[in-house]
Structure formats: C-alpha cells, structure tokens
Ligand binder design. Structure first.
Ligand code: FAD
Length: 393
C-alpha cells in the first residue's frame, strides 16, 4: 500500500524538522523519514551537549558559499529572534557564551524535544529507521521507496545534511539525489575541523598536547581571534576550527601568538626593564610556559633579554606575531562539524528552496553549498531555510 502525503521530508535533523513543523502548521499532510534510529542526532551532540542553537549576530557575512547572496533572503525572513521566541515559549533556559552564541543552560535534548513537540502539534508524522531505496518522479509527484514502504508526495524536501560525522548517520545521499535530478554538486570538504601538522612542526608540538592559548589565526586574508588548543594530532580550538574552513592544503597559515599586543614594543620594554632575565622567563609570563620554552628551543634566541640586539628583537617580534605554521591536512569528516560545498545553489530558489530544474523538489540545510562559521550560524541557517521551504512546500 502507498503512504500518501503532501510533503515528504527526508532527514529528521535541524532543517527537516523545522520545515516539517512549518508545513504542518499550514495544514499540509507531512511525513518525515530518517534512516537513523532517532531524530536530531547532530543537535544532541552539538555545542558539547548544550546546542549552540543560534547566533544573535547572524548575517550573510558569516557564511561561505560560491553564491554569497543566496542565504540572504531566508536569513532575513527567519531571524535568530524568531527561534529564540520558540525556545522561550517552551521554557528552555539559555545563556550567551560569547560573541552572540546562545546555548541551552541544561541540555540540547530540550531543543530536539521542542522540535518534535512542535511537529506533533502540527500533525507531522516522523519515522525513524526508514532508509530510502529509490526516488522517482512521475506526472503525479514523487514516489519514494523505503524500508517502511512506498511513499507518494507532491513535494519532496531533501534535508539529509552533509558528510561530517559518518558515525552519526551522515551520508552522501542528498548529493546523489541532487545529481539524479540534474543538479550540480560543488566539491565537498571538511570544515570547522582540527588541523594536523607534519614534519618538524609535528615533532616540535606533539608533546605540547593540552596547551591552550588565545591567538589570532590568519589564512587567505581572513582572520579569527579566539583560543587554540594543541592536541596530540595537531591543533584545534575555536580559532583553528574557524580558520580551517578557509584553509586548503598548501595554503599559508599564520598565527599571532600575542593577539592585541605589539610584540616588538613589548620586547623592547622587556629589554629596558628586565634585561637580566632570560627571554624564556619573560615569555612564560605571557604565553603558556611549555610553549614559551619550546619556542626558545627552536625559534627564538634562548638567552638574556639584554643580549638580544634590535634586529633579533624584530625577528622575534615577527615570529611571535606572524608564526608560520605548516598544517598537513585536516582530521577530515570524522571530526568535522560541517561540510563545505554541496548542492550548487545557482539552480535553487533562494526564497522557496525549490529546484529550478524539478518542480516540487526542495533542498535545505547543510546539503546545500552554504556553510556557516562556528558559533550557532549553522543551526540558524538550518532553521531559516527549513522555515522558508516549509512555508511553500
Ligand atoms: P542534520 O542535522 O545533519 O540532519 C540530517 C538528517 O538526515 C540526519 O538525521 C540523518 O540521519 C538524515 N539522513 C542522512 N542521510 C539519510 C538517508 N540516506 N536517508 C534518510 N535520512 C538520512 N551547528 C551550530 O550551529 N551550533 C553548534 O553548536 C553545532 N555543533 C556541532 C557539533 C558537532 C559535533 C557537529 C558534527 C556539528 C555541529 N554543528 C553545530 C553543525 C550542525 O549540527 C549542522 O550544520 C546541522 O545539523 C545541519 O542541519 P541539517 O538539518 O542540514 O542536517
């Protein structure tokens, strides 16, 4: 027997659930199917279990895409304040961590429960453990063959996300479906991901695992000031995750280890005031000690500050302010928070998210070539396009 609905959403993640509740409230008969054994797994694991569900400062400038204007319309029509209104209506306590990032006080489970409750109130049917075998389009709409039977729908919404964290159910399904219907998929790669080091940088840093410090990371004319964490495999922390989305193998990566300070001015002052101290000693007062020692072992003059002449001071300042770090790669999809690239937006409507090639077919969320920075922007994008598609599908 055929299960009939108006709107079939594939993917019960952030974008899919938002789309489903919005369409359901309009009186549409909505089915959501997901191959995973529960809904919203990425929401559950997000933000260290507290879900950074939006960013109050969200603008189009916080997203990467081959088509930078594409995200504007949906973001303007469904803002962080719309989502916050729903969070407050459900009595979910939240706080701002930094830079406009809003997190649940208690648990990301509350966000999933809110989305599921809203779907239920809107009459949406959700099925898990429902893998898709085949999608076909006939004159009467879409026929979707699944592990739980044959669905027929006038509108099909693809909300299957990106490739990051395959162990959480991520697949390339959305990209394959897009290609099946004639859409182009721009090359994908891991974003918001730790970087790995090789060669001498790997050797010189690997036993500093656990060292954290504030930095400014720069790459391809973009920079992020936040913290960095040295790990046993390479480097991580918010500043590195952010810059990783702008970095590709071979690109130069520079770190300012004394962000917000003038390193040369500071070194000259140390020479004037603390000439009898070792450089490693004064450096340990402004950097984690293990890192300061390592820098003096390999890169900086390991002697009394008064013995360092002006040209060497300049060199040292340059090194501290513009440290050239050689990354060998990323940790890949296994640990990446997002996938860059995806379904080319140039054949998708930015207001309805409907395919310009196949009427009734919609793509929303991370499956599209729109990727946010770290800090709640990716969920805001999922909510905004879920809402836009759900308003018309
Ligand atoms: P998803 O939420 O990934 O949903 C896709 C759904 O489709 C999944 O339920 C999946 O099971 C299902 N699916 C996939 N393939 C198939 C198939 N073949 N058949 C049926 N169903 C399928 N962003 C933030 O804004 N803030 C954060 O705090 C944050 N933290 C994160 C932490 C981690 C560890 C990770 C990995 C990501 C984090 N993100 C965060 C990014 C955010 O989770 C994603 O950008 C967002 O979930 C994308 O929403 P989506 O609905 O497009 O895809």
């Amino acid at each position: 027997s055929v299960i009939r609905c108006d709107v079939l959403v594939i993917g019960a993640g952030a974008a899919g659930l938002m789309c489903a509740m919005t369409a359901g409230r309009r009186g549409r008969l909505v089915q959501v199917i997901d191959h995973a054994n529960k809904v919203g797994k990425k929401i559950l694991m997000s933000g260290g279990g507290r879900c950074n569900f939006t960013n109050t400062g969200t603008t189009a400038a916080n997203f990467l895409s081959a088509n930078p204007h594409f995200c504007k319309s949906a973001l303007a029509r469904y803002t962080p304040w719309h989502f916050i209104e729903m969070v407050e209506r459900h009595g979910i306590a939240y706080h701002e961590k930094e830079l406009g990032q809003l997190f649940c006080d208690i648990s990301s489970k509350q966000i999933v429960k809110m989305l599921v409750d809203e779907c239920q109130a809107a009459g949406v049917h959700i099925r898990t453990d429902c893998g898709v075998q085949k999608v076909e389009r006939g004159a009467d709409g879409f026929h979707v063959h699944t592990a739980q039977g044959h669905f027929h729908a006038a509108s099909l919404v693809v909300a299957t996300g990106g490739l990051s964290i395959p162990s959480m159910g991520a697949t390339g399904f959305g990209y394959e479906l897009a290609r099946q219907f004639g859409h182009e998929v721009l090359p994908t790669r891991a974003g918001l991901v730790p970087l790995t080091l090789s060669g001498k940088h790997q050797e010189r840093f690997n036993d500093l695992s656990g060292v954290a410090l504030p930095i400014t990371a720069r790459c391809n004319e973009v920079e992020f000031r936040n913290s960095m964490l040295i790990t046993h495999r390479g480097i991580s922390g918010p500043a590195i995750l952010q810059i990783s989305s702008f970095w590709q193998p071979g690109d130069e990566l520079r770190l300012d280890l004394l962000p917000g300070q003038d390193a040369l001015e500071w070194l000259r002052r140390m020479k004037a005031e603390r000439g009898a101290a070792e450089l490693r000693t004064v450096l340990s007062e402004v950097l984690p000690r293990r890192l300061a020692l390592r820098l003096c072992e390999h890169w900086l003059p390991d002697r009394l500050v008064r013995q360092i002449d002006e040209p060497q001071l300049r060199q040292a300042a340059e090194l501290l302010q513009n440290f050239p770090l050689v990354a060998s790669g990323t940790e890949g999809y296994r640990t990446a928070e997002v996938t860059l690239g995806g379904v080319d937006t140039r054949k998708v409507s930015s207001s309805t998210f409907e395919s310009q090639l196949v009427p009734g077919l919609h793509f929303i969320g991370e499956v599209l070539d729109v990727t946010g920075w770290l800090g709640g922007y990716n969920f805001q994008w999922a909510w905004a396009c879920g809402h836009a598609a759900g308003s018309v599908a």
